[in-house]
Design a protein around this ligand. Structure first.
Ligand SMILES: C[S@@+](CC[C@H](N)C(=O)[O-])C[C@H]1O[C@@H](n2cnc3c(N)ncnc32)[C@H](O)[C@@H]1O
Length: 214
């Protein structure tokens, strides 16, 4: 469904956004791996999605990805990584679909280092008549589109979760149906990062803990 939008607008925005990635990167809800060809240089990439079918579809692109990648099946609400592990977390077209956005953002804040970057590209709740249509259609749409909400005020959710939004672009892409307007592309800095405790580090035999907890 996204193919025409991908070709005419989205791919370029992915590229622009991912220029801000650095160091150890976690991508949540990576789906079929549409971001993978758009990463510039980074350290190790941990690519995640809860859906095994999506992870399966990402295999070819992961294989071609130039940098070291690890694939993990997990939900944003419960990330199996140590606190303060990542320099960058990426979510594109994901926060509309997670079942608990506040908990997902708390988890992103936990696994990011203090001052780490959260890169996002998300369609959000609009204004006035668009918002009213988004409210009306979300119950049906979310059943058809794997939990996608048309009416989430995602930028406010990010700010309320304790991030500092350092860059924000608001778009009304002509190729996208108006129900997906506005779409925001942004870079938020983590203000909530904390150091991992020695106990926590020893308990977690997971990738995050091996990959650079402080
Ligand atoms: C519209 S797709 C976007 C895929 C990819 N990020 C992109 O930009 O093309 C939404 C993705 O979110 C994933 N997803 C759904 N619920 C999730 C959750 N609770 N935590 C993490 N990812 C989730 C889905 O499996 C799906 O791959």
């Amino acid at each position: 469904m996204l193919a025409p939008v991908e070709d005419s607008w989205l791919r370029e925005k992915r590229r622009e956004l991912l220029r801000w990635s650095q160091g150890q990167v976690l991508e949540i809800g990576g789906g079929t791996g549409a971001n993978l060809p758009c990463y510039r240089e980074s350290g190790r990439l941990v690519f995640t999605d809860p859906d095994p079918a999506m992870l399966g579809k990402s295999t070819r692109r992961l294989y071609r990805h130039a940098h070291e990648t690890v694939r993990v099946q997990c939900r944003a609400e419960n990330l199996p990584f140590g606190s303060g592990t990542f320099d960058t977390v990426v979510a594109t077209l994901v926060l509309c679909s997670v079942s608990n956005p506040a908990r997902s953002l708390a988890e992103i804040g936990r696994v990011l280092k203090s001052g780490g970057r959260f890169l996002f590209l998300e369609h959000t709740r609009g204004e006035e008549s668009i918002a009213r249509w988004q409210d009306r259609l979300t119950p049906v749409w979310s059943r058809l589109a794997l939990g996608c909400h048309l009416n989430r005020d995602t930028v406010s959710l990010i700010q309320n979760a304790g991030f500092h939004v350092a860059r924000l672009e608001r778009h009304h892409p002509p190729v996208m149906p108006r129900l997906f307007h506005p779409t925001y592309v942004g870079v938020a800095l983590n203000k909530t990062g904390r150091s991992v405790s020695r106990d926590e580090f020893q308990r977690s035999g997971n990738i995050g803990a091996q990959g650079g907890s402080r």
